[in-house]
Structure formats: C-alpha cells, structure tokens
Design a binder for this molecule. Sequence first.
Ligand code: SF4
Length: 443
Amino acid sequence: MLMLDGMTFHLETYGCQMNVHDSMVIEGVLRRRGLRSADGLGDAQVIILNTCSIREKAEEKVFGRLGELASLKERGNLTVLGVSGCMAQRTAERVLERAPAVDFVTGTETFPTIPRLLERILAGERPIVDVSTGHPLPEPAERSLDVNGFRAFVSIMRGCDKRCAFCVVPTTRGPERSRKPDEVVAEVRALAAAGVIEVTLLGQTVNSYRDGATGFAELLRAVDAVEGIERIRFTTNHPNDMTEQVLDAVASCPKVCEHLHLPAQSGSTRVLAAMGRGYTREKYLRVIESSRAWMPHVSLTTDIIVGFPGETEEEFRDTLSLVEEVRYDGAYTFKYSPREGTPAASLPDSVPVPVMKERLARLNERVRALSDEVNRGLVGSEQGVMIEALDVDGPWAVRGRTRTNKTLLLERAPGPVGSVHRVRVSRTRGLTLYGVPVPEPVV
Ligand code: SF4
C-alpha cells in the first residue's frame, strides 16, 4: 500500500459507455490506494489504456498509442504502462508481443485488482497478465463517486447471452450476469447523496436485466423512487427484450427519459437471420409501433451495420426503407468489420469495401435528412432541458440536453449546470436544437 501512495496516474478510455464506467471504477480503486491524477501525460507514473475491441480500427488505434507511450517510458517519468478492457481480454498475448513496453494486461473482469498488480510490478515482477473470468461484479463501493459531476453511469449487468454473429462481446465480457436490485438501488442512492441527479443504467442488453423476480421494468420503478435523482437513462437495448412491461415502466416512471436506443442492425429479415439477431424486420417494426403507442413523443435511435457478408443491393435498400419507415431521431452507422473468432468472420461473399462505403454514404445522407426533419418538427415545442455546460464557443454559449437526449443551445444560462428548465425550441440546425427559456421552472 505504501509503495503506491502519492504515485500519479493517467487513464485513457476507448469505446463504449461501459468502458467509461469501468474507467471510473479503475479511477476509484487507484484513488483509494493513494494514487492521484497526473497533471499531464508527462507527469504520469502509471498510464493505463482501457481498450475496446468492437472494431479492428479501435484496436489499431490502441497499438499506435502504445508505440507513442513506449517512447515516453524510455525517456521519462513513466514507470508502469498497463492495458485493460475488451481488447486486453481478447488478445493479451498479442498486446505483449506487439507492445513489449506494456507491464500489465487486465481483462474486463479483473480491472478492480489493478492496485495489487501495480504493487507486484513495483516489486520487480513484469509483465503480468490477468484476464481470468468468473469474478464477482465490481462492488458499488469500488467506483469513484466524485469524478463525473451531476451525471453518472451505473452498470446493472455485465456480459451478453445473445450470439450475434458479428460481435466479440460474448467472448470479451462473458455470459450475462445481473446485479442484485438492492445493490443497484443502494449505488444510485449513494450517487444521489454525492450530488448526482442523472443516472444512466448500463448493460450490453440492459433491458434483459433479471435477478429472480426482478426484471428491468421493476428495477426502473425502484430507481425511479430514489430521492434526489431527476433523470434516468438506460442503454443499450435488444429489441427482443423491449417488452410491454418495460415500455409501461418507461412510460409511467416520471424520471425515466422517453428515449429508446433500439439497435436494428439491418432492415432485411434475411440479413438479420444471418446476423443471428433473433427477430425479423416485421417484429422489429412491431416493437417500434408499441413504443410509440406507449409514448407518442418517444425519441428513437439505432445502430446499423452496412455490408454484412452477402448483403445485396436489394437487402441494403430494405435497410434504407426501414430508416424511412421508423424516422429515427438519430443512428450510429458502421461499415461491417470482421472480428477474428466471430462466426461472421468466416462467412463467404464479403461485400467489397467501395460498395460498403457507397452504401454507408447513402444511408448517412438519409439518416441525417430524416433527423433534420424530425428536429424541425420540434420548433415551437417546449422541452425540459438540463444545463450541461456554460462555456460553449460562440454566442450560443450554454449547452443543455432534452429528456429525449438532444443537444439544445441557449444564449444565456437560466440556471447553473445541472439545473432543469423549460425551454421553447426556436430553431434547429442539423442535430442541434436552439431555444429560449420559458419562465416557469420544471422538474
Ligand atoms: S446483443 Fe448481440 S451485438 Fe449486443 S452485445 Fe450481445 S452479442 Fe453483441
């Protein structure tokens, strides 16, 4: 313990919100063992990259960064270089081969033990690899409660039992395990006591959460009852788990925001079957219909992959027509990228890269145009807006967020960061809304 006291650390996070959450846990355990944040990279004695494996590009970026940090280690202050997260879990040996300056590799379950690894390294042992699995989920007390201001991520489950043909998550994060509802609620209460007013519940398929008789709907109601919390978000969802019970809870819990992220991945039933998604285009559209029946003004966003092996032009057009039919508020779109060890990586009929690029450009154009139209339809409406930042460049210096997860800019701050105000939307530009405060405050 004494050896670590006063050491400085720098943490870099790649990838999804779950990784951002895990980085907070890492930060929390390091601080509790006496380490402190470095003022800058050059001042750090311990540098940890918390990595992502979802796309090849993400892994290459980490290798590039490790090359830069290796020269920093040769020249200066840096004592320990570590790699954690999904890429570390999947390719620990390759990380050490390609980046010999790395002192330790921890996976997606062993990162809470980093202080113990640091002590072993300082005692002369290196490199150390610990990507073992089957550990209990990190305790709520292990996270850092004080580093993210008024918003916080709360991981309610880990891993995934679905088997989408393109995805590495079941390999890197293991089977689905839900936390105890009492533990989740206790963590949210502790966050509220520390000043947090917005929580985002996280899981690879957050809406399939289940612990005994408590499903996701019951958990949402329990978190909704926590005093001090004003907004509840959750991500990411699987369409098959978006049940009527969950939609009822989202619609009826006042703090739960009316925004659903529902990854479609494709609009073609044949491609969905090849992807192993477990639903058809028709079933997906029924979930959208139900969502809008429960919440007519719900904001809908999605993930879409273009160029999955074998995807024909006609099947791609099914995706375009799905986008037209749903009229999403926004979409994250990707070119298919084969990941070693996944069933899709060995599928024949890969779509040529120029075709994928062209499809992605056409898709993005439609997604942007439709989001624009959806947003223009909000001009004149009143929205509850939480103030997030007061120093955005230019005359629209105040950034807020609607319950439907849209960025809204204001000229003047109606209140401090974290306060919620009623705002009338005056115009839109692309994905951004602009507005003026309406006198009465709302919660
Ligand atoms: S639902 Fe599919 S895409 Fe999502 S994490 Fe699980 S396997 Fe991956």
